[in-house]
Ligand binder design. Structure first.
Ligand code: TTP
Length: 205
């Protein structure tokens, strides 16, 4: 007899935005968070001269490897595992999460008046199948004054966000134009995620 299909996915992410965006698809999910001794940050180091698209997909694959190993280690019931990674690229330069307020200030000054790319890779492990997708958006920032940057950094919002801003928050006041996926910029491209989950056998309209 066939095993019943699980009715949830594991979301291997500590990002509350990713959980909210997955909720839009009405897919039940459970967190699969890293153990205290797993060094998640260590995965997020670009290789010398690595292109941002290659980097974001490689890191997402590593996150998924770690999550699948975690599932096995904990002996949890089998179900698909989903994870994602978001990277901001200004020309050939990869902007990660700011280390501190000065770093956030420098990133925002670099983004001011220019167009950058935001890439989010999504990966799903469903049994032996690994499915991956990449969303690339272009974001144009208004010209920012030093004062505006200082005020924004002082809100604390840039911390923990790739590129030092949040389009879902006050950061939206700095963004003049986007071309691409708003949810992808936030951290989980809903359209591409739906495509992957359908391929994994999920019923999504
Ligand atoms: C550009 C941009 C990024 N971000 C966020 C999305 C991601 O959470 C974060 C990039 O870091 P990620 O390493 O992609 O994700 P994370 O560390 O927050 O969570 P996890 O690895 O557990 O899944 O930046 C926004 O929230 N809004 C934005 O507009």
């Amino acid at each position: 007899m066939n095993k019943p299909r699980p009715d949830f996915v594991y979301l291997a992410s500590q990002s509350p935005r990713r959980a909210q965006l997955l909720d839009l698809l009405q897919v039940r999910h459970q967190p699969l968070l890293a153990d205290a001794d797993e060094d998640a940050e260590a995965l997020e180091v670009p290789l010398p001269r690595e292109a941002a698209t290659a980097y974001v997909q490689r890191v997402t694959g590593l996150k998924l490897d770690a999550a699948v190993a975690r599932l096995r280690r904990r002996g949890l019931p089998a179900a698909p595992v989903l994870c994602a990674d978001t990277t901001v690229a200004l020309g050939g330069r990869i902007l990660g999460k700011p280390a501190d307020a000065a770093d956030a200030h420098a990133m925002l000054a670099a983004l001011s008046g220019r167009t950058h790319r935001v890439m989010t890779a999504v990966a799903v492990q469903a049994g032996r199948r690994r499915l991956q997708a990449l969303s690339v958006s272009r974001v144009h920032f208004a010209e920012l004054t030093r004062r505006q940057i200082e005020t924004y950094v002082a809100t604390g919002e840039p911390m923990g966000k790739a590129g030092a801003y949040a389009i879902q928050g006050l950061g939206s006041a700095l963004v003049a134009h986007i071309a691409g996926s708003h949810s992808g910029i936030m951290g989980l491209p809903v359209f591409e995620t739906a495509q992957l989950l359908r391929q994994a056998g999920w019923h999504i309209p």
